[in-house]
Design a protein around this ligand. Structure first.
Ligand code: KG4
Ligand code: ZN
Length: 372
């Protein structure tokens, strides 16, 4: 739909960026979140609910997530607007994660966003959730001075594990990714085997502090292999094998701590190796960026900081609340998209005709900037 077809409500035409703040929505997994950003990226208000109903199931249950998003979102959006001190009519656009992710949640967030945009006569900007993670490192204040393109993004969360060359807004090259579990998924599964709660990553990291990382000889899947794909399922199996002698008996705490430390060490070794390969696959990267919940891991952060320094690069990891799923990154990505469109002399995009997509390859993101 072109801007002209929006019943008389003016919003920026070709070459203009947003004239006012935007509301951003995130609902692709188990976080329901809203944020309001000024056109320059300042966060005017932010609200986030991490759905707790999944803990009892040891993982995100898509149907429960979708229903929770539906129950939470309208009120959350209203409260976010209220705390920004703005009225609905002040919004210049609405943005939402429209894929990839769990389809039920995406439908809730994107439909709500589109409905609001239509009611206000303002554009709806469909944001790719991975693109939002990728660009979050450029949010004002995340590093000293905004990092430039290209940079290497390591995205490691419960649902994603990949290395991306971020070459510009809309220009992403997937260098490699997991061929089985995501890194966070591996942390969660191993934590469960060790009798820890969910999500397991933080609990496993805490337990690992009491353990010896050299206590168990675990495999380093794909280490040294060409490219930068990841694999974690073999590590999980190796842990299961170490647990076999204990049967159903309670695991001695020191054994659990040693296993946790050895597992964490193996994951850090593998990620360090894969990221080294990814850096070699890029020409003159400006920074190494890590995002996703696993980027909170201290051992991993130390490794990546040292690795980046060895390559003469800064290591940038957004603060944890921006590393994990949130709506600020969705709003920021929408602003970056608007700015890039303006740079190219294109109008503010309006994606209200776009359907939510459980899969939405990043390679398709350049299409919105294709001229002619
Ligand atoms: O980005 P995120 O909040 O949600 C998505 O998966 O999109 O990431 C959550 C994942 C979980 O698997 C959790 O166990 C892991 O990140 N995680 C960690 C740590 N904190 C969170 N893994 C290792 N060490 C941590 N400190
Ligand atoms: Zn995510």
């Amino acid at each position: 739909m072109t801007p002209d077809s929006l019943d008389g409500n003016a919003y920026p035409v070709a070459g203009a960026i947003l004239p006012g703040p935007l509301l951003a929505i995130e609902s692709s997994c188990d976080e329901t979140a809203c944020a309001i950003l000024a056109p320059d990226g300042r966060v005017l208000a932010e609200r986030l609910v991490s759905q707790e109903a999944h803990a009892a199931f040891g993982g995100v249950v898509p149907e429960i997530a979708a229903r929770a998003h539906l129950a939470l979102l309208p009120d959350l959006a209203g409260k976010t607007l209220e705390s920004s001190g703005l009225a609905r009519g002040d919004l210049a656009a609405v943005a939402a994660s429209t894929g990839p992710g769990l389809i039920g949640g995406l439908i809730v967030g994107a439909s709500f966003g589109k409905g609001l945009a239509i009611a206000l006569g303002k554009p709806f900007i469909a944001v790719n959730h991975i693109e939002a993670h990728a660009l979050s490192a450029r949010l004002p204040g995340v590093s000293d001075g905004q990092i430039g393109f290209p940079f290497l993004l390591l995205l490691v969360s419960g649902g994603h594990c990949q290395c991306l060359a971020v070459e510009g807004v809309g220009r992403y090259r997937r260098l490699g990714g997991t061929i089985d579990d995501a890194a966070g998924e591996a942390f969660d599964k191993v934590a469960k085997m060790l009798g820890l709660g969910w999500p397991g990553g933080p609990a496993l990291e805490r337990l690992a502090r009491e353990g010896d990382p050299a206590a168990f000889a675990l495999p380093r899947p794909l280490k040294g292999r060409a490219g930068c794909d990841f694999s974690f399922s073999g590590l999980k199996t190796a842990i299961a094998r170490q647990l076999e002698p204990f049967g159903s008996a309670a695991l001695p705490r020191q054994v659990a701590a040693d296993l946790a430390a050895s597992f964490q060490q193996a994951v850090a070794d593998v990620i360090e190796d894969r990221v080294t390969h990814a850096l070699a696959m890029m020409e003159r990267p400006t920074a190494l960026v890590a995002a996703g919940g696993v980027a909170a891991n201290t051992v991993l952060r130390e490794r990546l900081t040292a690795l980046a320094a060895a390559h003469g690069l800064p290591f940038v990891a957004p603060p944890l609340r921006l590393c994990t799923d949130n709506a600020v990154m969705v709003g920021w990505a929408a602003l970056e998209i608007c700015r890039e469109a303006a740079r190219l002399g294109l109008p503010v995009p309006d994606d209200r005709a776009m359907r939510p997509r459980p899969r939405w390859p990043l390679g398709e993101m350049a299409e919105r900037f294709a001229v002619g």
